[in-house]
Design a protein around this ligand. Structure first.
Ligand SMILES: *Cc1c(COP(=O)(O)O)cnc(C)c1O
Length: 437
């Protein structure tokens, strides 16, 4: 794919040599709101959601897309997707709480935690949020939590670990025998059988194999094993499923030489196989669910940062910026690539190699290594692309640097949707015991 088209797919383009995102001049936004700043593009969020929705609608009508809240839990992002009719996948009580704040109804939420506490269970039961278990031992513990409460037992489901995983980094591969998630094939019949004995009457299933999958083929083996395993559960126990959830993981093209995920291939590998199974009539007529986070939110934000220091130490050129791994941790934590572009396009032909580095006191604080860019100056703005998923949500106040603002852009307007933290915000919860004063 040509570079201009690759950018355009992310609603980025240079107009009169200035970078525009969703049609808006990012330098104007940087000057108005200060930097670093995350810019969230409402129309692109909606577009990515709709792409997936129409893919599913065209193949299997009875479907739900659960947006994975952990990718980007900004309340405006949740509200936008709620208005599109999305459902939500939460990994913690905190994320459920955020969904409620955004006006999302409990029946729209699915709680796939892991290492659940009884407090987690209690919160979910009392708030009518469906829980997706992660261990056989949790089944009887969950059943006991209903004792003394008036709430009716929800649809039972447990996460299946197909022992085939995929993802952009070992930390984000969630299928495999040595991996903490879900239960293995051998325990699946036992789990559903136990659940039925304990009074659960309706059933669903779940699998999520990893995050950042750009080759749809990576879903093949896991999908086959998932479908054959749930067929066995269904045939052995004579139960049908209300839903079959295939998890998320759909990747985005972070590198200019990557094409977007082939949605048609994803459809052929995952959805078609599921449809074939449903047509055989053994598992009932379940709702098809998927849980994309990155695919919907990733490309919908850019992070704008300003260069404060150009350093040539005689060996290497550094462009020092005001965003570091406190602002965006993916490059440091996973070695992830984020494409970084200047906000003003220079037409010079002299390409220099810069390490783009943040202000944190660690040598690992590198947003981009050896990037070929035309000459940069102190004061220039850079855009770090595809920062919308696992960007702000994984940021931290390390080095006592307040987290940046998030702004939303839509149809030529911009809105501050999260203020930048202040130094006082960072200290607000601390207390010095009297004897130390
Ligand atoms: C993280 C996660 C997702 C979303 O993953 P993406 O790669 O962002 O699509 C979906 N389901 C579960 C259970 C997850 O933990």
């Amino acid at each position: 794919m040509k570079y201009e088209k690759w950018l355009k797919n992310k609603e980025l383009e240079y107009l009169e040599d200035t970078l525009h995102f969703g049609g808006m001049n990012v330098i104007d936004l940087a000057e108005r709101y200060g930097t670093p700043v995350y810019i969230i593009n409402e129309q692109l969020l909606r577009k990515r959601y709709k792409e997936l929705k129409s893919l599913l609608d065209n193949t299997y009508k009875k479907n739900e897309i659960h947006y994975a809240v952990k990718a980007n839990s900004n309340l405006s992002v949740l509200s936008i997707l709620n208005s599109e009719g999305a459902s939500f996948d939460c990994s913690s009580v905190g994320e459920i709480h955020a969904c409620f704040k955004a006006g999302i109804k409990p029946e729209k939420i699915f709680y796939t935690g892991n290492m659940f506490t009884n407090e987690d269970f209690k919160y979910a039961i009392e708030n009518n949020v469906r829980i997706n278990l992660d261990s056989v031992s949790q089944i009887s513990r969950l059943a006991r939590m209903y004792d003394g409460l008036d709430n009716k037992k929800q649809t039972f489901s447990v996460r299946f670990n197909p022992e085939f995983g995929a993802g952009h980094h070992p930390h984000t591969i969630t299928g495999g025998r040595n991996i903490k998630f879900g239960i293995l094939e051998e325990q699946m019949v036992e789990a559903y059988s136990l659940a039925r004995e304990l009074g659960f009457e309706t059933f669903g299933t779940h699998m999520h194999i990893g995050s950042g999958i750009i080759d749809a083929q990576d879903y093949q083996k896991a999908t086959e094993k998932y479908l054959s395993t749930i067929t066995r559960v269904s045939e052995t126990l004579g139960i049908s499923f209300d839903f079959v959830d295939f998890g998320g993981g759909l990747g985005i093209p972070y590198r200019p030489d990557q094409d977007p995920l082939d949605l048609q291939a994803y459809n052929n590998i995952v959805i078609d196989q599921f449809k074939t199974l449903v047509n055989r009539g053994t598992i009932g007529e379940p709702t098809l669910k998927i849980e994309p986070g990155r695919y919907i939110a990733g490309e919908a934000s850019v992070l704008i940062t300003q260069i404060n220091t150009i350093k040539n130490n005689g060996y290497k050129l550094f462009a020092g910026v005001n965003a570091g791994f406190n602002t965006l941790v993916r490059p440091t934590m996973y070695g992830s690539y984020h494409h970084i572009v200047p906000c003003v396009k220079t037409n010079g032909s002299n390409i220099l190699s810069y390490d783009i580095v943040g202000p944190i006191c660690e040598s690992g604080d590198v947003l981009g290594k050896e990037r070929g860019i035309t000459e940069l100056k102190e004061g220039d703005y850079l855009a770090v692309l595809d920062a919308g998923a696992y960007g702000f949500t994984m940021s931290s106040p390390y080095n006592s640097r307040p987290r940046p603002a998030e702004i939303l852009i839509n149809m030529g307007n911009s809105y501050l949707v999260r203020k930048a933290e202040s130094y006082d915000d960072l200290l607000e919860l601390q207390k010095i015991p009297d004897y130390l004063k």
